[in-house]
Design a protein around this ligand. Structure first.
Ligand code: NAD
Ligand code: MG
Length: 392
């Protein structure tokens, strides 16, 4: 029996994770569930999975939550609040696995704490890895933690890597990664119409159902940019070894090209329960609840290069990883601020890359040796992004 903490339980990945847990109650038991403020969903989840701990980050919502559980079957549960409580439940002695499914930089310190505590980390929160880079990977190695990618592409690549491969190490016979992308909702929209796309259009992804932030990232293709950086770190490859491939059907989730010319692909229906179940069962396999792939229903698979003119965010991510140092941290922070402003209808869709580019221009790619340095760069980049938004 494994004990799991799910950070970001109330989100899209959190809900899918609990769906998989439910199918394997003989193998997984929930120790802690966390939410930022969505106490209604958290309450239902706690009633069903009976964790020892629940974290509600927002203090006022935590008080409301305590009142809500009084007199119910879960009244004995320990309820914590504040960002530090995320670290507490990510590092509990009895916890084996931590699902890192908080969105954005808010998930960094808890994911890093899980790494330092030597846990098995199921990493969905790509922003935490992008912003802290080598520091995160070093923490995993130093503590003997196990890092398993949940991002569907990286999970696919991991599955296509040689047997016994561990994240962060060299795979000398793997010469290239083909990182697939659906192209999002605006793959064929005339470029001159992108100025006017609405929030609803941007978050309506053609193939995947996801949280709002990653949905916008998919529409700008910043998601693929973050994933390119994520892949460099997880698989110890240079950006030149990673080719982005638009594959609108989203059946192949990425590929590894070997020195003998063999290309291995992982395929499946676009449902995050597949990578989640893979990582939870690893190195075994178990049922994810996803319907078998109907290969005859697929009929056709297309592949095309990514258009950097249409998707400037992808170009900016490529520039950030090439520059190195704190530049991916700056990219990520500026993107978070720009996406939030777009979701709040303060800026246009096409302003997102403008804000990021102007923010990046204010920084040089200095090396960061400590997490404090990373957090400092993150904070400064957020301020620059706010300035850039004001100046639009
Ligand atoms: P979501 O918005 O649906 O859920 C986010 C979760 O994080 C919620 O539980 C929320 O309560 C919590 N949260 C938000 N802000 C917080 C804060 N300040 N402090 C603590 N908790 C906070 O997001 P999602 O789509 O589930 O994505 C989660 C992560 O997984 C992201 O990093 C995303 O890039 C990654 N990911 C998601 C998918 C997907 O299909 N949804 C696929 C690949 C990777
Ligand atoms: Mg992905």
């Amino acid at each position: 029996m494994k004990n799991i903490t799910i950070l970001g339980a109330t989100g899209s990945i959190g809900v899918s994770t609990l769906d998989v847990v439910k199918r394997h109650a003989d193998k997984y038991q929930v120790t802690a569930l966390t939410a930022n403020s969505n106490i209604d969903v958290l309450f239902e989840q706690c009633l069903e999975f009976k964790p020892e701990y629940a974290v509600v980050v927002k203090a006022d919502k935590a008080e409301e939550f305590k009142a809500k559980i009084a007199g119910t079957a879960i009244s004995n549960m320990t309820v914590l609040s504040g960002a530090d409580a995320l670290i507490t439940v990510a590092t509990l002695e009895q916890v084996d696995s931590v699902m890192a499914a908080i969105v954005g930089a808010a998930g960094l310190l808890s994911a890093l704490a899980a790494a330092k505590a030597g846990k098995t980390i199921l990493l969905a929160n790509k922003e935490s890895l992008v912003m802290s880079g080598d520091i995160f990977m070093q923490a995993v190695t130093d503590a003997g933690a196990v890092l398993l990618p949940i991002d569907s592409e990286h999970n696919a690549i991991f599955q296509c890597m040689p047997a016994n491969y561990t994240a962060g190490h060299d795979a000398p016979t793997a010469r290239r990664i083909l990182l697939t992308a659906s192209g999002g909702p605006f793959r064929t929209t005339p470029i001159d119409q992108l100025d006017d796309v609405t929030v609803d259009q941007a978050v309506a992804h053609p193939k995947w159902s996801m949280g709002r932030k990653i949905s916008v990232d998919s529409a700008t293709m910043m998601n693929k940019g973050l994933e390119l950086i994520e892949a460099c770190l997880l698989f110890n490859m240079t950006p030149e070894q990673i080719q982005v491939v638009i594959h609108p059907q989203s059946i192949i989730h990425s590929m590894v090209d070997y020195v003998d010319g063999s290309v291995l692909a992982q395929m499946g229906n676009p449902d995050m329960r597949i990578p989640i179940a893979h990582a939870m069962a690893w190195p075994e396999r178990f049922d994810s609840g996803v319907a078998p792939l109907d290969i005859f229903g697929v009929q056709q698979m297309d592949f095309e290069p990514a258009d950097l003119q249409r998707f400037p965010c992808l170009r900016l991510a490529m520039e950030a990883i090439s520059a190195g140092g704190i530049m991916p941290t700056v990219l990520n922070a500026a993107n978070e601020i720009a996406v939030e402003a777009f979701l709040n209808e303060q800026i246009r869709f096409t302003d997102i890359p403008v804000v990021i580019e102007q923010s990046m221009a204010k920084f040089s790619a200095t090396q960061a040796d400590t997490i404090e340095h990373i957090l400092d760069a993150d904070q400064q980049a957020r301020e620059q992004a706010h300035q850039a938004i004001k100046a639009l």
